[in-house]
Design a protein around this ligand. Sequence first.
Ligand SMILES: [Mg+2]
Length: 263
Amino acid sequence: MAFSRSISVSFFIFILFAVLINPAISSRVSSFIKLPVTVHESRSSSVASYCESWRLSVETNNAGSWKVVPSKCVSSLETYYNRGQFDKDYNVVANYALAFAKTIKIGGDGKDAWVFDIDETLLSNLEYYKANGYGSVPYNSKTFNEWVVQGTAPGFDASLKLFNGLKKLGFTIILLTGRDEAQRSITEKNLLDAGYSGWEHLLLRGDEDQGKAAAQYKSEQRSRMVKKGFKLHGNTGDQWSDLQGFAVADRSFKVPNPMYFIA
Ligand SMILES: [Mg+2]
């Protein structure tokens, strides 16, 4: 009798084990038996989820003016850049911009223009921002300008594709940056080293532009170009202040940048 009971218990344990190691069955079991999830996993996935929503809000400008990246989102941004999602996002933007550009009938008078911002649009300062908390620490103009004058910022694959594609289609390229006139030669050298060439205008902040909000300064510069007869078909920039204001281009293409906001 005891022997028989022992066989029954062994058989039951065997069946239970077989059920639990069968993935199809164990997944059903886990769907109605709430398996314990560690607090750490749960919290980190909820932070990651919040940071995805935060990034969407800053990209769409729903966040409006913001100062620094929330410290809890630094590792999400690290993942965003280091695992290639940023490059994929920018590539999609470039493809839409090129698809639009192909619909424009180029007049042949050199007046069909496309405007590009420079920082985080043509040149990547990611190396600087990686060393400065991915935008989670307040902007420091001194250290940033020290980085800029090194002139070592690389281009993006997506922006090089867009820039060269637009030139091939016959667009005149206008570069419009918030950098100072004093940084003209290092900026030109950096752009050439990064693979860009053949732009028609490089517009930088002069003495008269100091202190102006970016959207005002950039709108005034675009307006001057329009008065020179340029048709601004497209504008590509990583800040809403690159794209909004007056004398706006027919189409604006926002490059992702969740690291900083310029009013
Ligand atoms: Mg920029």
